[in-house]
Design a protein around this ligand. Structure first.
Ligand code: PHE
Length: 358
């Protein structure tokens, strides 16, 4: 029988050197497999004399047990090594801060436009747009505001430098010129709302030289003042989220509507604090009226056949009332602290179904 010490060292060395589980299995097979070196020696025991056989058998059994134990130990080591390697690789630093959410905010004006569009969209109005720079005819004349009409002065118009032909361009003082453009381009029936920038030379806590309005225009063969009232009452209640909000129509004058009205909503002013809703006091929020037949005529729409209503309101004003913003000029200060406070989460898209007042 060969020297078992040499075999033992060799086999244990190959087990100890196995770098992974495959190599370890190879080492096991070459020692203890069917044709392994220790197996072969055990098969040879039968040919030995009884005395020698017992002696050699005991030595081989001890060697086999030692190798089996060494393989098991190495297996544990390799397994732990693999686990250690995975743990090192897949390490998570639990002290890191959680992933921050989006930090940008939707500006209250954008949010208010979305809210107004959601409400009127549900009533079948479509969004229309027009240019910020208009000529005199679209901004005034076509809307039945003739030259020298006091409304031209009242609106504190920004005029652009005069052109050679004497015509003057203006920064539109209201969104009403888009009524004219829409009626020129599309035949009735029409139902549009026009959110957009407007400009007047004025600046204090409730005025900014650039501000926003939303215009509404509906033209068809049968719409009357009752529809105008129903539509705007519905709007006010939906926008402020107050089901029984009092809404009042007060006779007024606009050159482009006849008859005209200003719309007030109910509020209370107790101890200097303004609250929208029942309370016995009134707050003006928009202008409206039946489209003046002269305006229809100016756009080539037959006033004997078509009629409709129009309205216009200041977006900053209704945003200030709803969200408790005290100074209109702060909308345009670009102060990130203000935006963080009054802004809206990017995915908080207003809809009548999802809620306007989250
Ligand atoms: N254009 C008017 C304004 O700026 C508002 C308005 C629009 C009134 C449409 C009646 C109809 O004050």
């Amino acid at each position: 029988m060969e020297n078992l010490d040499g075999l033992r060292d060799e086999v244990l060395a190959s087990v100890g050197a196995a770098a992974d589980l495959d190599a370890l299995e190879g080492a096991r097979i070459s020692a203890l497999g069917r044709k392994g070196r220790i197996t072969a020696l055990m098969k040879g025991l039968g040919a030995l004399a009884a005395d020698e056989r017992r002696h050699a058998g005991q030595a081989l059994n001890a060697l086999q047990a030692e190798v089996v134990a060494a393989i098991a130990r190495r297996k544990r080591e390799l397994g732990r090594g693999e686990l250690d390697a995975r743990l090192a690789e897949e390490r998570v630093d639990v002290t890191l801060p959680v992933r921050p959410g989006p930090s940008g905010r939707i500006h209250p004006i954008s949010q208010t436009v979305d809210e107004v569009v959601a409400i009127f969209g549900e009533m079948g109005f479509q969004v229309a747009e027009g240019p910020d720079i208009e000529d005199d005819w679209y901004n005034f004349t076509a809307l039945n505001i003739p030259p020298e009409h006091p409304a031209r002065q009242e609106m504190d118009t920004f005029y652009l430098p005069g052109a050679k032909d004497g015509s003057r361009l203006v920064l539109r003082t209201h969104t009403s010129p888009v009524q004219i453009r829409t009626m020129q381009e599309h035949a009735p029936p029409l139902r549009i709302i026009v959110p957009g920038r407007t400009y007047r030379c004025d600046s204090d806590a409730t005025h900014s030289p650039m501000f926003h309005q939303v215009e509404g225009l509906l033209v068809d063969e049968s719409t009357h003042f009752g529809h105008l009232k129903g539509c705007l009452i519905e709007f006010c209640r939906a926008y402020f989220g107050i089901e029984d909000l009092p809404v009042r129509f007060r006779p007024s004058y606009f050159p482009f509507t006849e008859p005209s009205a200003e719309v007030d909503i109910g509020c209370s002013r107790e101890a200097g604090e303004l609250k929208i809703g029942r309370g016995g006091d009134w707050l003006e929020i928009l202008g409206c009226g039946m489209v003046n037949p002269k305006v229809l005529e100016n756009c080539g729409v037959d006033p004997a056949r078509f009629q409709g209503f129009a309205f216009g309101m200041g977006l900053e004003r209704i945003a200030m009332l709803k969200y408790g913003i005290a100074d209109l000029r702060t909308f345009f200060d670009s102060d990130v602290r203000w935006l963080k406070h009054f802004g809206f989460a990017a995915l908080d898209i207003p809809s009548l179904v999802g809620g306007l007042n989250r």
